[in-house]
Design a binder for this molecule. Structure first.
Ligand code: KQY
Length: 367
C-alpha cells in the first residue's frame, strides 16, 4: 500500500454516491461488552442479518478479532469473507477508509479517528486499534491511501451525492473534540480536497441525543441527486421537532453543487425509543461508570439505512412508523428490494445499519 502525497481532488478521484453500483461492503464483528448488551450476543445476530442481507447483492467482508474469528466464521454465511483484524469496536462507517474512485481505480482515505471527541467527549478510550483500521483495510484490498490522519473525521459525519455536494452537521464537525484549531472554512477546504466536492451544506444539528455529536447519517441522506430524506417528527413536544425543522429550513433554501433545488422527503421517526433497565443490566461498566442509564433515549432514525446494489437495508424498531418508512424508501428506490432488519440490538450500541457498514466502490479487476 502506497501513501499518496497529494489529494483526491488533485488526482481526479471523488467519493461516489452510495446508490452508485459498487463492489461491496466492510463490517466489523461486535464484541465489546460495554457497548453491546449481554456480551454482544444479540448484536452479533443482528450484524449477521445485516451482512447477509447486503451479501445478497454485493461482496461483504467482515473483520473479526482473534477471539471472535471462529464464531464469526460459523455464524456468517459462506459467501461472506471473514478476516481477522483487531479493533476497539464495530463502527466500520466511521473508521474503515472512505473510498474514492477515478472510475477505474480506487484509493482509501485515512481520516484521524478519536472515538467521536477524544478526551473532550469521546465515547471510549483507547481508540488506537480503530484508528489503525483504515490503513489495514487499504492494505487488505491492496489500495493506495491518502493520509488525512491529522484531520479528525468519521465516515458517518458526511454524506455526498457523488456530483459535487456534501452534507454535514455543524454540531459534529465544529465540535470541540475534533478539530478545535480549524475554522469552518479550513474544515470545508479539507472536505473539498478529500471528497472532491464543490459545495458543502451545513445542517445545524442531527438526531436528539445522538452521542456522535449528531452525525448527518442519522438525520439526512441523499437518495438521488438533489433529493434527500430527512428524519422528521410533527410532535412539538419532542426536542427532535426543532432540530428537524431547522434542517428543513436550511435544505429548502439551499441548492446543490449543480445549482439544483433540493427535494426533501420527510421520513418520520419512530416514537422515542428508550433503553430498559434490563438492557442496561446487560451492559458492562466503562471506567467504573455505567455506559447507559435506564430510560435514556436512543438515537433511533430510519435515515440510517444502507444502499446495497440490489437492496435497501433499513432498521425496524417494532413501531407503527416502521411500515410507512419502509413504503417511502421503497418508493424512492423502486429498483431495489427494501429489507427491514430489527435493529434495536444495534441501536443500543449507539448507532445503526449505516454506521456499521462501509461501502467499497468497484475497482478495475472486479468490473
Ligand atoms: O456512528 C455511530 N453512530 C457510532 C456510535 C458509537 C457509539 C459508541 N458506543
Amino acid at each position: 500500500m502506497r501513501v499518496i502525497n497529494s489529494t483526491p481532488k488533485a488526482d481526479g478521484y471523488r467519493m461516489p454516491a452510495e446508490w452508485e453500483q459498487h463492489y461491496g461492503c466492510i463490517m466489523i464483528f461486535p464484541e465489546r461488552s460495554d457497548s453491546w448488551q449481554y456480551g454482544a450476543y444479540a448484536a452479533r445476530k443482528a450484524f449477521v442479518k445485516v451482512a447477509s442481507a447486503i451479501a445478497e447483492s454485493e461482496k461483504v467482508t467482515v473483520c473479526a478479532s482473534d477471539k471472535q474469528y471462529e464464531n464469526a466464521r460459523r455464524m456468517l454465511p459462506p459467501n461472506i469473507r471473514v478476516v481477522e483484524m483487531s479493533s476497539n469496536d464495530s463502527w466500520a462507517r466511521d473508521y474503515a477508509p472512505t473510498f474514492v474512485t477515478n472510475g477505474n481505480d480506487i484509493r482509501g482515505i485515512n481520516w484521524g479517528f478519536n472515538a467521536w471527541g477524544g478526551l473532550v467527549d469521546g465515547l471510549y478510550f483507547p481508540w488506537d486499534k480503530d484508528n489503525r483500521m483504515a490503513r489495514k483495510i487499504c492494505d487488505l484490498f491492496d489500495k493506495d491511501m491518502y493520509d488525512f490522519s491529522h484531520f479528525i473525521l468519521e465516515g458517518g459525519s458526511i454524506h455526498v451525492d457523488g456530483e459535487g455536494t456534501c452534507i454535514t452537521t455543524e454540531a459534529c464537525l465544529l465540535s470541540e473534540g475534533r478539530n478545535p484549531n480549524l475554522s469552518k472554512t479550513e474544515i470545508e477546504n479539507y472536505l473539498r480536497e478529500a471528497l472532491n466536492v464543490e459545495k458543502i451544506i451545513w445542517l445545524k444539528n442531527g438526531i436528539y441525543n445522538d452521542e456522535t455529536n449528531e452525525h448527518v447519517d442519522n438525520i439526512c441522506a441523499f437518495v438521488k441527486p438533489a433529493e434527500v430524506v430527512l428524519a422528521w417528527t410533527d410532535d412539538k413536544n419532542d426536542p427532535q421537532y426543532e432540530m428537524s425543522h431547522s434542517c428543513l429550513e436550511i435544505l429548502e433554501h439551499e441548492t446543490d453543487a449543480k445549482g439544483r433545488k433540493i427535494t426533501v422527503h420527510k421520513l418520520k421517526c419512530p416514537s422515542p425509543v428508550t433503553i430498559t433497565a434490563e438492557e442496561c443490566e446487560g451492559l458492562d461498566t466503562m471506567d467504573f461508570e455505567p455506559t447507559r442509564t435506564p430510560g435514556e433515549r436512543l438515537a433511533a432514525s430510519y435515515v440510517n439505512f444502507y444502499i446495497a446494489n440490489g437492496a435497501i437495508v433499513m432498521p425496524f424498531f417494532g413501531d407503527p412508523a416502521d411500515e410507512p418508512a419502509r413504503e417511502l424508501l421503497q418508493s424512492l428506490f423502486p429498483e431495489r428490494k427494501v429489507i427491514p432488519i430489527a435493529a434495536r440490538d444495534i441501536l443500543i450500541g449507539g448507532g445503526n445499519i449505516h454506521c456499521i457498514t462501509q461501502q467499497i466502490p468497484y475497482f478495475a479487476q472486479d468490473r
